[in-house]
Ligand binder design. Structure first.
Ligand code: PEP
Length: 249
């Protein structure tokens, strides 16, 4: 059975005190319900060490890193430094990194390799902008993102990847993909993985949906056969909303 995952991308939000409070609230509230999903949070990495020190049963990941081992890369953080701080997951390919920081397919491929080398689990984000959806060429667009940055991997390494489909037009806009749009793309992604690797690899790959997912629409999205959870931005900043989403299976 595929792993169900609900992950919170905190982006560049929260003071240290707020981050601690949110993390502790998530932990306290999750103990009052029986969740079917694994929880991951992606805080700003300056809070990693502090959050890790509470030793709670919530996976912690990073939103970014630089794919070199060490050296003169002012302002950057390496995978081994991240691992050293206790992170177990990383996002790669988020549309905000692609867009604002010009991370292209080739660079994302380097990030994928660096993360795998150090044993970090990867949540690889893909998704099309509005103009591509309007042209109805979204499947081709998303396939290229997978082919260029992931499909060079061996089957063994690909099995370590979680995919997050995040249509850019739905991120932070309040405009969610309908459950049929999400299901259609998730099924297509599973098909691409099956064609490249095998049906078995595809069946075992968790594919998350991201883009204005909230406590009201999560249940309908998560009920789709090929949707295995969510990558949550805005709604992950409130423990109650995040837990309601995580409890929507
Ligand atoms: C995201 O940035 O990964 C995201 C899904 O954001 P939001 O939920 O705010 O649309």
């Amino acid at each position: 059975m595929r792993k169900k995952i609900v992950a919170g991308n905190w982006k560049m939000n929260l003071s240290k005190e707020e981050a601690i409070q949110l993390y502790k609230e998530i932990d306290a509230k999750r103990k009052t319900i029986s969740l079917k999903s694994t929880l991951i949070v992606f805080p700003p990495f300056i809070y990693l060490d502090c959050l890790k020190s509470f030793n709670l049963d919530i996976e912690i990941g990073v939103q970014n890193f630089y794919p070199e081992e060490k050296g003169a890369f002012t302002g950057e953080v390496s995978v081994s430094q991240i691992k050293n701080m206790g992170a177990t997951y990383t996002l790669i390919g988020h549309s905000e990194r692609r867009m604002y920081f010009h991370e292209n397919h080739e660079f994302l491929k380097l990030k994928v390799e660096a993360a795998l080398k150090h044993g970090l689990h990867i949540v690889f984000c893909c998704g099309e902008p509005l103009e591509i959806r309007e042209e109805n060429t979204q499947n081709k667009y998303v396939k290229k993102q997978l082919v260029e940055s992931l499909f060079h991997l061996s089957e063994e390494n690909f099995k370590k990847i979680t995919v997050a489909y995040e249509p850019i037009w739905a991120i932070g806009t309040g405009k969610t993909a309908s459950s049929s749009q999400a299901e259609e793309m998730h099924a297509a992604i599973r098909g691409f993985i099956s064609d490249k690797y095998s049906k078995n690899v595809a069946e075992n790959c968790s594919i998350l949906y991201g883009g204005s997912c909230n406590p009201t629409n999560a249940a309908e999205l998560f009920a789709c056969e090929n949707v295995d959870g969510g990558l949550i931005g805005g709604a992950s900043l409130k423990s109650e909303d995040f837990l309601k989403i995580a409890n929507s299976f």
